[in-house]
Design a protein around this ligand. Structure first.
Ligand code: ATP
Length: 134
């Protein structure tokens, strides 16, 4: 089966760099499946679980926004943060989710940044999903 290079990088580290068979990601305009020889492409990414197929097996990577680029046979995901399943502390993500939900429920207070809480909730939800998949 033909493969392509997948690099997932954050400002802090290289999270993943391997030859893979397929990448499925939630881009701004909808889900996109990328196979080897995909045409050049760049798009913002949602906070999402990216699905990767390698060696006939699929796994998820938690990606906290950023961009996906396909160029010269390489897929690059540049994200603010990204974690593989075995890197995720599910308990930490559950606590982050609870905090975010409490902030979103607390409509009496005016000093709460709801947008920020929404983003925190999305990140935590994706991390729990990916952490449990590992
Ligand atoms: P928290 O509220 O739990 O600190 P956060 O959403 O504020 O989470 P980020 O700012 O998105 O965290 O990420 C900061 C760093 O911590 C990144 O390197 C990210 O990969 C890592 N990280 C965040 N949550 C987890 C987790 N549950 N398990 C492992 N690493 C995590």
């Amino acid at each position: 089966m033909s493969t392509m290079q997948l690099d997932i990088v954050t400002p802090e580290r290289k999270v993943y760099s391997e030859q893979v068979e397929m990448v499925i990601a939630r881009a701004a305009e909808g889900d996109i499946g990328i196979l080897p020889n995909h045409s050049p492409f760049v798009s913002p990414l949602k906070i999402t679980a990216v699905k990767v197929k390698k060696g006939g097996e699929e796994f998820l990577v938690a990606v906290s926004g950023g961009f996906i680029e396909v160029r010269g046979g390489t897929v690059t995901i540049l994200a603010e943060a990204a974690e593989l399943p075995d890197e995720i502390d599910v308990e930490r993500a559950k606590k982050a989710k609870k905090r975010a939900e409490e902030r979103l429920a607390d409509k009496q207070r005016e000093d709460i940044d709801f947008k920020r809480a929404e983003i925190a909730l999305q990140k935590a939800t994706v991390r729990i999903q990916v952490g449990k998949s590992g």
